[in-house]
Design a protein around this ligand. Sequence first.
Ligand code: NCC
Length: 279
Amino acid sequence: GRAQDKRGILCELKQRARLTTLDGTEEPFSGLGWDRLVPLRPLEELSGEGSKFRSCAVVSSAGAMLHSSLGKEIDSHDAVLRFNSAPTVGYEDDVGNKTTIRIINSQIPALPRYGFNTSSLYQGISLVAWDPAPYSVDLFRWYRYPDYDLFTPYKERRRLHPTQPFYILHPKFIWQLWDVIQGNTQENIQPNPPSSGFIGILLMMSLCEEVHVYEYIPSLRQTDLCHYHERYYDAACTLGAYHPLLYEKLLVQRMNTASLQDLKTRGKVTLPGFSTFDC
Ligand code: NCC
């Protein structure tokens, strides 16, 4: 039944998708002194040593966030996760203004147009970056040929802002997530990594007791508007092209504990943190 399906997926994710960041202990990173470059505190302890955030919000960048009036509700959570270059200034009523963590794909630090070193979007918060390494996770090859070079700006920023929590997700974590999506999907999905959305949701399930995800599964406000902050229309932003977005979303929906009403009106899905259940 539905409850069993939910439990099955949750347990599989808890057991197989272990949150891992580059800690500098593996080659080629160990030989390059990355054990001294990465933050001293592990990402899992962002919420405090041995404790979790009680309640968290994950705010998708979807156009359907516009006119949602969800800002107050989003800011009421203990921690708020946002994506890439999605702004809050000017959109507070709909998306809130609190940001605890930003998950960024490697385009953000690598491409000059995002102003990674100067923009206030990336200051005073925790940063978690990722880059789609090949499935085989050959770290040598990945270090030499990342999709976008996030390693150079990472080193630079760690040097300039040593106290800012800034992590790079281990590619094996990304592909463990992909394996669970494929393992629970009838069709063969494309061998591309999950979206920052799915990765961020799983990150927060490790850091929080309860995760509230907004407009990842579209509400009745569903629109072709790609982002709430840009006048660009493309249905693929919501349903996927490169990322296995449709399949990720179906999986998340199967884990939802919130009501259908919450989904329709707020685009809200609620998920339990991994620390709150045993398998
Ligand atoms: O658009 P993006 O995603 O930054 O959105 C963040 C997450 O919000 C969810 N989303 C977004 C729009 C929408 N209409 N529906 C949604 O559900 C998704 O879960 C998405 O992951 C990414 O995942 O990193 C992505 O990044 C952009 C882009 O690189 C960044 O915005 C930086 O400019 C990618 N776009 C392109 O490469 C052109 C996008 O494919 C994925």
